[in-house]
Write a protein that binds this ligand. Structure first.
Ligand SMILES: Cc1cc2nc3c(=O)[nH]c(=O)nc-3n(C[C@H](O)[C@H](O)[C@H](O)COP(=O)(O)OP(=O)(O)OC[C@H]3O[C@@H](n4cnc5c(N)ncnc54)[C@H](O)[C@@H]3O)c2cc1C
Length: 419
């Protein structure tokens, strides 16, 4: 069958589903996305609330993502970059630790910051050089350890691991144990070294919006939850039945396991996060940089002021503050009383101004990132063929925007090759 006559139904309009659909559409295939919620985007969406742009959980786009960069029009996203480095709250105040290769004027402050020893900082430089030279394909072949073990083997001190890596990578992996696969560490470390963490000028939701706009309007059906599938046929929760040549399941890992009994991982584990948004008359940080908890205790992992990075995130004359709280060993903190505890903790970071902040919204995101234990991800084709039904999503490559887009794009390639 020629590609243009092929009819493909894609279940799920997150970035994997959208990437798959755009690649197919560009090759002349007419896909149909069935999305359960009210709009495409999946885990990458932005809500406009009282003139503020609230991303659903703090996330960043790394402008060195290769596959996402080849699919998206980054110029139109108008990416705004964070500074390369971070502020660490330790010993009662914020200390600056910068990437001194890009911000050499901060060499002295970074060297003197009590976050790791001089030897640790030299180890960071060495790792940057070693990982920077690696091809992404090489990372896929590396021994798969926990990130903690990898950092210990690389010679970092406990103080550096506890004060720096647990906070910085806690914000990326959404866990502070550093149990995530060392391949994920190498992948993100390389991309942070090569480029910048950024926010699209008008919110992370612009990423799926841009991809959706490349598809004809009738290629995406929202509020269309799929209840059952078989090769070549899909049944919606409403009872409506649709037929096609190929079914692609581009949902999150848990929904895929429900739709496809017998899938390898029937009970996928997730990492969760709570994001609290506040507005203020002034930014407590006043520069595009992330602030991290380097104390090793407390609820808050990181604080960011998106409006310092991209001014459209807040109405003129106001600041938007995002605070991320990770799961604790005993589980995700209870929402009751959380705002008060977060304010109390952040008063030590920023002083009495915290009392003036206005609470806008608290988002609890239970299924934020699929667990990425050593041995998972960065291997195989990036999608799965489950008895003629193709499965894609971030859980099949890496828990990231890049991972979802790689997985969706490779699924489209597979369909086009077999046309
Ligand atoms: C708080 C948070 C922080 C993050 N930080 C970063 C970051 O800084 N950088 C980064 O690169 N990545 C980050 N990520 C990860 C990134 O957002 C995800 O890896 C990526 O968006 C996953 O895309 P996906 O298409 O695989 O899955 P999803 O986005 O989950 O999309 C799946 C879609 O399928 C739909 N669906 C499910 N079941 C059905 C059904 N039965 N019928 C129809 N539709 C269905 C869902 O509604 C959803 O829209 C973060 C994620 C979160 C939540």
């Amino acid at each position: 069958m020629s590609a243009s006559r092929k009819h493909v139904i894609i279940i799920g309009g997150g970035l994997a589903g959208l990437a798959c659909a755009v690649r197919l559409h560009d090759a002349g295939v007419r896909p149909l996305i069935l999305e359960a919620s009210d709009a495409p985007g999946g885990r990458v969406r932005t809500d406009a609330v009282e003139g503020f742009l609230l991303d659903r959980g703090f996330q960043v786009y790394l402008d060195a993502y290769p596959e996402a960069g080849s699919l998206l029009n980054l110029g139109d996203l108008d990416l705004r970059a964070f500074k390369s480095g971070a502020l660490f709250f330790q010993n009662g105040r914020l200390h600056r630790v910068m990437d001194v290769f890009r911000e050499p004027r901060h060499l002295l402050a970074s060297a003197l910051a009590p976050v790791g020893s001089i030897s640790d900082k030299l180890h960071v430089a060495l790792l940057k050089w070693q990982i920077g030279r690696m091809d992404s394909r090489e990372i896929e072949t590396h021994e798969n350890l926990t990130t903690l073990r990898y950092l210990q083997d690389a010679g970092f001190s406990s103080a550096m691991i506890d004060g720096f890596f647990r906070a910085f990578y806690g914000g990326i992996f959404l866990e502070r144990d550093l149990r995530t696969s060392s391949r994920m560490f190498e992948f993100t470390f390389k991309l942070f070294s090569q480029g910048h963490a950024t926010l699209p000028a008008r919110g992370m939701g612009e990423i799926p919006r841009q991809l959706s706009a490349r598809l004809p309007a009738d290629c995406i059906r929202c509020a269309a939850q799929v209840a059952a599938i078989q090769p070549g046929a899909v049944t919606l929760l409403s009872g409506e039945q649709l037929t096609c040549d190929t079914v692609v399941v581009a949902t999150d890992a848990t929904s895929a396991a429900h739709l496809l009994p017998g899938l390898e991982n029937p009970e996928p584990a997730w990492r969760s996060v709570i994001c609290l948004y506040f507005s203020a008359a002034h930014s407590p940080i006043r520069e595009p940089i992330i602030a991290l908890n380097g104390t090793g205790h407390g609820l808050v992992n990181h604080v960011c002021v998106p409006s310092d990075v991209a001014p459209h995130y807040a109405p003129a004359g106001q600041a938007l503050i995002s605070v991320s709280v990770l799961e604790q060993p005993e589980g995700l903190p209870k929402l009751a009383g959380l705002e008060a505890k977060v304010r109390e903790e952040l008063t030590a970071w920023f002083g009495d101004q915290v009392a003036e902040w206005r609470h806008l919204r608290t988002q609890q995101i239970k299924n934020a990132l699929p667990e990425q234990a050593p041995g998972s991800g960065f291997t195989g084709p990036g999608f799965r063929d489950h008895g003629g039904i193709l499965v894609c999503g971030d859980h099949l490559w890496s828990a990231s925007i890049e991972g979802a887009i790689i997985s969706g794009s490779r699924t489209a390639e597979k369909i086009l090759q077999s046309s």
